[in-house]
Design a binder for this molecule. Structure first.
Ligand code: SAM
Ligand code: SF4
Length: 357
């Protein structure tokens, strides 16, 4: 097979990769050399956002946004997802940046729903545009949304998101619930910024029938610039939740994501989720692969190895070529993410908005 062009980018180190072997002539299920199976794709549809959360996006946005021609087109995204589906991917999460700022995002969801064998389409969003889009998204085939909300105080919200309007997010949450989307609320606990509200956020989520989840602050991109004293692990969060949940440690990883859940102590069906990449690395059970808005496949948030699936398609590559690039990308996946270790290429660790959180 001819060598297909790679792509240059500030954030990625592109290693040379071998040509597709002659005997690679069917699309295999994706797994890696450590026995992990891959069933979940996180696809970023844009690296832009209408907010600039302090742990994610620099004020005024990232220096380098993909230009329009860099982005995967909807046709390319749908083709990629159908190859991923043949390779065992069952669930796709649209993310970003903010996925709802991608023009015609509803059409993308609809195309992927109609054309691919993926079982479940979900999205992570800041919900600023969800009040208008919840119904069309659901009609297009979206199953659920994870909505990021770090505070219920309008001034704090504006401060953490650098200008966001809490009212729009709340309207988005209500719209999503109203049209029957499954809703989870994601909160990054930040000592000194929202720690006094964590219990209230749980009560709020439960009162709506949504599941609250806490994500440990990761030292990536802007998150790496915040003082480490702001980081809170699951135990720190639990102390703020009082007697709302059982006190034993979170259960084993369940479902298709990295969250571990603790049941409410009042016997109701409510739960609180914890995503603990720092205090309790879940890499051993990782089942997800990421594709950036430009179409680079990344085996892990922390991984520097990336291959441009977009360029393979634009150079006329076949579905088998794409599958080989996926297989090869995952074959080099490390056992863990090493977020807290000093990093030889610190500047290459980009934030979630560029990789697709
Ligand atoms: N814009 C959408 C949103 O905010 O939900 C989707 C993309 S955002 C990058 C996805 C998730 O990553 C959000 O829940 C956000 O809170 C989380 N996130 C971003 N940077 C983070 C960091 N440094 N540590 C932990 N979580 C982070
Ligand atoms: Fe935007 Fe989401 Fe990052 Fe906040 S976390 S800046 S909403 S991409």
């Amino acid at each position: 097979m001819r060598r297909l062009p790679l792509v240059e980018s500030r954030s990625a180190v592109y290693e040379d990769w071998p040509a597709r072997p002659d005997d690679f002539n069917t699309i295999p299920l994706l797994h890696d050399s450590r026995g992990r199976r891959y069933t979940y794709l996180r696809l970023s549809v844009t690296d832009r956002c209408d907010l600039a959360c302090v742990y994610c996006m620099p004020p005024g946005g990232e220096d380098e946004h993909a230009v329009r021609d860099d982005l995967l087109t909807f046709e390319e995204a749908a083709r990629l997802i159908s190859v991923f589906a043949m390779a065992g991917i069952r669930r796709v999460r649209f993310t970003g940046g903010e996925p709802l700022v991608r023009k015609d995002i509803v059409r993308l969801v609809e195309i992927v729903h109609r054309r691919t064998a993926v079982e479940q389409l979900v999205m992570t969003t800041n919900a600023t545009r969800l009040a208008e889009l919840a119904r069309p998204l659901r009609d297009a085939g979206l199953h659920g949304v994870n909505i990021s909300i770090d505070t219920l105080d309008a001034d704090r919200f504006a401060s953490i998101t650098r200008g966001g309007d809490l009212g729009r997010v709340l309207a988005g949450i209500h719209a999503a619930l109203h049209v029957g989307l499954e809703v989870k609320l994601n909160t990054v606990p930040l000592r000194g910024r929202n720690d006094d509200e964590l219990g209230r956020i749980v009560d709020f989520a439960w009162s709506l029938g949504a599941t609250p989840r806490f994500i440990e602050l990761m030292p990536l991109g802007e998150g790496a610039k915040l003082p480490s004293s702001m980081r809170m692990n699951a135990d720190d969060v639990l102390r703020f939740l009082g007697d709302r949940v059982h006190s034993e440690p979170p259960t084993a990883v369940e479902g298709q994501g990295p969250a571990r859940y603790m049941p409410a102590s009042n016997g109701s069906a409510h739960r609180v989720g914890f995503i603990t990449p720092i205090s309790n690395e879940f890499c051993d059970t990782c089942n997800r692969v990421r594709v950036t808005a430009k179409g680079d496949i990344r085996a892990c948030l922390a991984s520097r190895r990336a291959i441009s699936l977009r360029n393979i398609m634009r150079a006329g590559g076949s579905d088998l070529d794409l599958a080989w690039a996926m297989v090869w990308s995952l074959s080099g996946k490390d056992r863990g993410h090493h977020f807290l270790e000093p990093h030889e290429h610190e500047h290459e660790r980009v934030g979630m908005s560029l990789i697709g959180g």
